[in-house]
Write a protein that binds this ligand. Structure first.
Ligand code: FMN
Length: 127
């Protein structure tokens, strides 16, 4: 992975941000947890500008319950173990929730998916 990132850095130059998207847990008992993913990312810290934290999708197991900001706890654990900015995503659909996540230092940035599909002006309305 480090070799791949080194090649990408060589292509894009020093000023272009390189981020990786990770699945912080597979929701399997005894499977992968955010600490495991953080440990895998630690040797790559110097190559990365941010880590974007999602969950699931590794095996056909779904989370038991999906609720607003449901992936933020995993992002926060990865943030605690890495010296790289962390992006949180997943049902973060209002300004106060996003503010809370940033102010409480659970993540450094917020990503938004479906609200932007529903309303292309969503981001502008947050300002
Ligand atoms: C229909 C659909 C397809 C998606 N496809 C991908 C994908 O290919 N790769 C990926 O990393 N995330 C994928 N995601 C996850 C989104 O990138 C995002 O993390 C997710 O929608 C949660 O953010 P949101 O609640 O703001 O939409 C998908 C989500 C949806 C709803």
């Amino acid at each position: 992975m480090k070799d791949v990132l080194t090649v990408i850095r060589g292509e894009v130059g020093k000023k272009y941000p390189i981020t990786v998207r990770v699945s912080a847990t597979d929701y399997v008992k005894g499977g992968l947890f955010p600490k495991d993913i953080a440990r895998m990312l630690q040797p790559l810290e110097s190559e990365l500008d941010a880590v974007h934290v999602s969950t699931g999708g590794l095996v056909p197991v779904q989370p038991n319950h999906i609720y607003p900001a449901y992936q933020v706890p995993q992002a926060a654990i990865i943030k605690q173990h890495l010296r790289v900015p962390v992006i949180a995503v997943g049902l973060i659909d209002n300004r106060s929730l996003a503010d809370h996540i940033i102010q409480d230092q659970l993540a450094d940035m917020i990503a938004i998916g479906r609200p932007l599909i529903e309303d292309p002006d969503f981001a502008a309305q947050l300002l």
